[in-house]
Design a protein around this ligand. Structure first.
Ligand code: PGA
Length: 258
């Protein structure tokens, strides 16, 4: 099966809570030099710095065709929510993307799948594109619960199909046991879950042919080609390797040539 023309690969660098103004500079300079127009013709690339560095990223990458976004967003439009950042503010800063429901936020901050769907909805309403993260724990997988856990995580997102989201929602499948552990899901394991997600969201009314589903979890330049060769893997959400310019650019090249 060939990947549909409608699904241009997408590689997203999730910087997590890393960086300083100073340390970001050489990374951004290398990305600006290495992610040229020829490469970007074959792959969409985005970086997600911590909020305070969004203006720095926009200054460095603004003219390059690389887009940027945030790692989270408030579930409310505006008002008395101390410490929160709204989707409209992110749009003000030129963001295109927002990840919602990263497993670190689900696990450490107790975010529920319902809250994640509300955040995805806010993101869409502001004209930005949500990347909704899902994934099972090792215990879930060992108990044979992978599909039921993923199904429960994507169920609240399914209602976005009725608010004009088809073609705009991106899903990132990130098995919790593979994030930051150096342990990547095999291409076949990842493909099986991606196909499951595509089937579920297709049944919910999404255009399965255009829905981009990214894999995340210890993706490196060496493991990327085999993952991106799978028919339902449309790119990657990259954590640790996105902080190393050469690794990240090599991952982007793999996606462009998949
Ligand atoms: P990792 O992180 O590539 O460092 O495993 C991926 C993610 O959490 O998005």
């Amino acid at each position: 099966m060939q990947r549909q023309e409608a699904r241009k690969p997408l590689v997203v660098g999730n910087w997590k809570m890393n960086g300083t103004l100073g340390s970001n500079e050489p990374l951004l300079a290398a990305l600006r030099a290495g992610l040229d127009a020829a490469l970007l013709a074959g792959v969409d690339v985005a970086v997600l710095p911590p909020y305070p560095y969004l203006p720095q990223v926009s200054a460095w990458l603004g003219e390059t065709g690389v887009s940027w976004g945030a790692q989270d967003v408030a579930g409310h439009a505006d008002g008395a929510y101390t410490g929160e950042v709204s989707a409209a503010m992110l749009r003000d800063l030129g963001c295109r993307w927002v990840t919602v429901g990263h497993s670190e936020r689900r696990a450490l901050l107790g975010e529920t799948s319902e809250q994640v769907a509300v955040k995805a909805d806010r993101t869409l309403q502001a004209g930005l594109l949500p990347i909704a993260c899902v994934g099972e724990t090792l215990a879930d997988r060992e108990q044979g619960l992978t599909e039921s856990v993923i199904a429960a995580q994507i169920a609240p997102l399914a209602r976005l199909a009725s608010v004009g989201a088809p073609g705009q929602l991106v899903i990132a499948y990130e098995p919790v046991w593979a994030i930051g552990t150096g342990r990547t899901a095999s291409p076949e394991q990842a493909q099986a879950v991606h196909a499951f997600i595509r089937g579920r969201l297709s049944a919910a009314g999404f255009d399965a042919a255009s829905l981009r589903i990214l894999y995340g979890g210890s993706v490196k330049a060496a493991s990327a080609p085999a993952l991106f060769a799978m028919p339902d893997i449309d790119g990657g959400l990259i954590g640790g390797a996105s902080l190393i310019a050469d690794e990240f650019i090599a991952i982007c090249r793999s996606a462009a040539s998949a």
